[in-house]
Ligand binder design. Structure first.
Ligand SMILES: Cc1ncc(COP(=O)(O)O)c(C=O)c1O
Length: 380
């Protein structure tokens, strides 16, 4: 290939540009009709009753936890194999992330490990559908119902990921999405919280706007934040929603092709998708099973072939200095955090040190994928 195949690409067309210009020309830049239109499109897309937009996925997670009253000293069980935002959102409110191990095949939180970690301080479970692969929501919801726990689904990477046709984010108490500029559907920045609960929805709408009465005025019922988006971002996201099938179908085609061509490849295993689960195909990241081969060796080899590749979460959340030095966090004045340097999740550690990401973007062609797969096969 003469042109480099990127690992990240942005699928923005003329229509997005036109709509942005229209908003700017209208001079109505703040949340308005584009935002409301997007919320209704996104609720429809996910099959949820409500969708509220916020500035990004991190603030969406933060508001979800806040709306559920999760605060200082409460424990939230989550995975360490994710972007740092998942656990940080828990830590923002003084709640305690309890990291449990993942399943080595799916890379997602292991329900058995959730059971073992429940204490009388546990308030919620936060599964993260990593790389867009649905977590085992059947078992997670059984555990949550048994122990009366909230479930906040981190669907930042899971647009169009489903279980038996039902969109992720609709299984738990709340579902949280990101529209960061590299996600499946993008706004540059942007986030949303979906729910079927009228009361929670009202609360989230108020919390994102300084705890204000969502119907307007300067009455503030509760301490809130300014997590409002702009209509410029909403205009981009509206076009992305209209193009969702075109963008996402290409990703699914990429994922299916990789899975078909690399299943049973000597030296590798690929992320397992459970029966009746379908991935958003956000990231394709196999694990190396061949002794003495490191991710860096493959990445350097692919680079010579003009194929971009990388590792993503090679440092787990509990290994990050912000958790090993948690005593410096403001809430450490009032909350007893665990000693995160003593946490051990062997499966997550294995995945962190054995994975590498291949290009999965919606601008790839079948030819690109055959070339990437042939190059990998040659390597092994
Ligand atoms: C799993 C996960 N959770 C949360 C976030 C936070 O989203 P944002 O970057 O929009 O704040 C991201 C992504 O970027 C993510 O990948």
């Amino acid at each position: 290939m003469s042109e480099k195949i990127p690992v990240v690409d942005v699928n923005i067309g003329e229509k997005e540009i036109e709509e942005v210009i229209k908003v700017v020309r209208s001079k109505f830049l703040i949340e308005g009709k584009n935002t409301r239109e997007f919320e209704s499109k996104f609720a429809k897309f996910t099959g949820s009753k409500h969708a509220v937009t916020v500035v990004n996925g991190t603030s969406a997670l933060h508001l979800a936890l806040t709306a559920l009253g999760i605060g200082p000293g409460d424990e939230v069980i989550t995975t360490p194999f994710t972007f740092i935002a998942s656990s940080n959102a828990i830590t923002f409110n003084g709640a305690i992330p309890i990291f449990v191990d993942v399943d080595r095949n799916t890379y997602n939180i292991d329900p058995e490990k959730i059971r073992e970690a429940i204490t009388n301080k546990t308030k919620a479970i936060m599964p993260v559908h990593i790389f867009g692969n649905p977590s085992n929501m059947k078992e997670i919801m059984e555990i949550a119902n048994e122990h009366d726990l909230y479930v906040i689904e981190d669907c930042a990477q899971a647009h169009d990921a489903r279980i038996s046709g039902k969109h992720l984010g609709t299984f738990g108490t709340l579902g949280v999405f990101s529209f960061y500029g590299t996600k499946n559907l993008i706004g540059g920045e942007g986030g949303a919280i979906i729910s079927n609960d009228d009361e929670l929805d009202e609360k989230i709408k108020s919390l994102k706007n300084h705890g204000r009465n969502p119907k307007g005025g300067y009455n503030h019922y509760q301490i809130g934040y300014n997590y409002r988006i702009t209509d410029i971002v909403a205009a981009i996201m509206n076009v992305q929603m209209d193009r969702a099938h075109e963008i996402l179908d290409r990703r699914h085609r990429n994922g299916n092709l990789y899975r078909k061509l690399l299943d049973n490849q000597e030296g590798l295993t690929i992320q397992k998708i459970l029966p009746n689960h379908s991935s958003s195909d956000y990231i394709f990241a196999p694990l190396i099973t061949k002794k003495d081969i490191t991710p860096q060796m493959i990445i350097s080899y692919l680079k010579k072939k003009n194929i971009a590749s990388r590792t993503i979460y090679s440092v787990l959340s509990y290994e990050q200095p912000c958790y090993t030095n948690i005593s410096e966090w403001i809430f450490a004045k009032v909350v007893n955090y665990p000693d995160y340097s003593k946490v051990s999740c062997p499966n997550a550690e294995y995945i962190a040190t054995h994975h590498f990401e291949l290009p999965m973007v919606s601008t790839l062609s079948d030819e690109n994928i055959y070339y990437i797969v042939d190059s990998l096969k040659f390597f092994f």
